[in-house]
Design a protein around this ligand. Structure first.
Ligand code: AVJ
Length: 322
C-alpha cells in the first residue's frame, strides 16, 4: 500500500563500543550487531543459503507449515512489529496470510537503513500492507510502535531467526521481559530459537568450507578500517569457531595469527594482540524446547503454540503477554 521510514537517531556508538570492547582486560570483544553493514548483511544472506547452515531454511519451513494456525490464534485487529528486518522472506509468509483477514501495518525495526530499505522493497508491494520502518534499536522502535497503537489494536512482535541467541541467557530473558513491559495483555511475541544439535553439525554451520562465514566475521575488521580508519591487516587474522559446553553456545572469534599492533584512528585507540589472542565477535546460544517455555513464563508470557522443524531442530513459539 505505502511505505515510510522514520529515521533520525543516526550517530551510532560504533567507535565508542569498539574502543570499550578492544580495551577490555582479558577477552577482547566487539558487539555482534556491527557485523551487519551493507557488506555484512549481503554475506549473511549468502550464509542463509549454504547447505551447512540449515537455520534459516528451518525457520521458513516452520512458518510455511503453520502460518494458518498462527494467524487463527492472533488477536484482532493486529499490527505487526519486527525486531530486525531480515530479508523479508519469513515476514512475507506471515503478512500474506494475515491480509486475508485484515489490512495490516508492518513496522520493521532495524538500526540499519539499508536493511529497512531492502525489506520495504521486498514487502511494500503486498496489497493491503503498509510498511513503516523505524531506524532504531529494537526496544526504542517497539516503544514508538506501542505509542502509535489505536484503541483495541493489538501488537504481534516478530523476533525471528534465533536472533535472541546472540544474547547470553540472562540477558535474553531480560530482553524478553523488556519486550513484555512494552506490550499489553494478549499482545503476542513470535519467537524463534535454534535448538541444540550435534556439535560437529553446529561447528560446520558456523565454519563453512567455502569460507563465507569467515568473510562475514572478518568483515567486522574491514568495516572498522573503512569507517573508523583502522589499520587491521586482514591477512594476519583468522576466523575461529568454538562450542562452549557450559553456556551451550557457538562462539565466533577472530584470531590473531601473530603478535601485532593495531591503530584505529577515529576511536583514538592503539592496542596490541598476542599471537593466538582472539577478539570475540558473536555468540549463538542453542536452546531446548522446555527452556524456551520456562524463559517465556518467567518473563511474563504464556506459550500458545510451539512449532518445530524436525530436519534442522528449530522452534518457533507463539507467546501471549499475560
Ligand atoms: C542471525 C544471529 C541468527 O547466530 O546463527 C550466522 C548469525 N553468525 N552465522 C546466528 C550468524 C554466523 C545468526 N543470527
Amino acid at each position: 500500500m505505502f511505505t515510510q521510514t522514520i529515521t533520525a537517531h543516526p550517530v551510532s556508538d560504533f567507535a565508542a563500543e569498539a574502543r570499550a570492547g578492544l580495551l577490555k582486560p582479558g577477552q577482547k570483544e566487539l558487539p555482534s550487531k556491527y557485523l551487519y553493514d551493507e557488506v555484512g548483511s549481503a554475506l549473511f544472506e549468502v550464509i542463509t543459503v549454504l547447505p551447512e547452515y540449515g537455520l534459516s531454511r528451518a525457520g521458513v519451513r516452520v512458518l510455511q507449515r503453520h502460518v494458518h494456525d498462527l494467524v487463527e490464534r492472533l488477536p484482532r485487529p493486529v499490527v505487526v512489529a519486527e525486531l530486525g528486518s531480515g530479508s523479508g522472506k519469513k515476514t512475507r509468509i506471515i503478512l500474506e496470510a494475515l491480509v486475508r483477514r485484515q489490512p495490516t501495518t508492518y513496522y520493521p525495526i532495524d538500526l540499519s537503513r539499508t536493511a529497512l530499505q531492502q525489506v520495504q522493497r521486498e514487502l511494500g508491494h503486498i496489497d493491503a500492507v503498509s510498511v513503516v520502518g523505524f531506524e532504531r534499536a529494537y526496544l526504542d522502535g517497539l516503544l514508538e510502535v506501542a505509542a502509535r497503537r489505536r484503541d483495541g489494536e493489538h501488537i504481534l512482535v516478530l523476533f525471528l531467526g534465533s536472533t535472541i541467541g546472540n544474547f547470553d541467557r540472562p540477558a535474553g530473558e531480560e530482553f524478553l521481559r523488556a519486550v513484555r513491559n512494552l506490550l499489553r495483555p494478549d499482545d503476542c511475541l513470535l519467537l524463534s530459537t535454534d535448538l541444540e544439535k550435534p556439535i560437529p553439525q553446529l561447528l560446520l554451520a558456523y565454519d563453512d568450507p567455502l569460507g563465507v562465514t569467515a568473510a562475514f566475521n572478518l568483515n567486522l575488521l574491514a568495516r572498522i578500517n573503512r569507517e573508523l580508519e583502522g589499520d587491521f591487516d586482514l591477512s594476519r587474522f583468522q576466523h575461529a569457531v568454538r562450542w562452549d559446553e557450559t553456556e551451550r553456545r557457538i562462539e565466533m572469534h577472530i584470531r590473531s595469527r601473530q603478535h601485532q599492533k593495531v591503530h584505529i584512528r577515529k576511536a583514538g585507540l592503539r592496542f596490541t594482540l598476542r599471537k593466538d589472542e582472539t577478539i570475540w565477535t558473536e555468540s549463538s546460544h542453542k536452546y531446548n524446547t522446555e527452556e524456551v517455555l520456562q524463559m517465556a513464563a518467567r518473563s511474563g508470557f504464556r506459550c500458545q503454540a510451539q512449532w518445530l522443524d524436525q530436519e534442522w531442530p528449530f522452534a518457533t513459539s507463539l507467546l501471549a503477554a499475560v
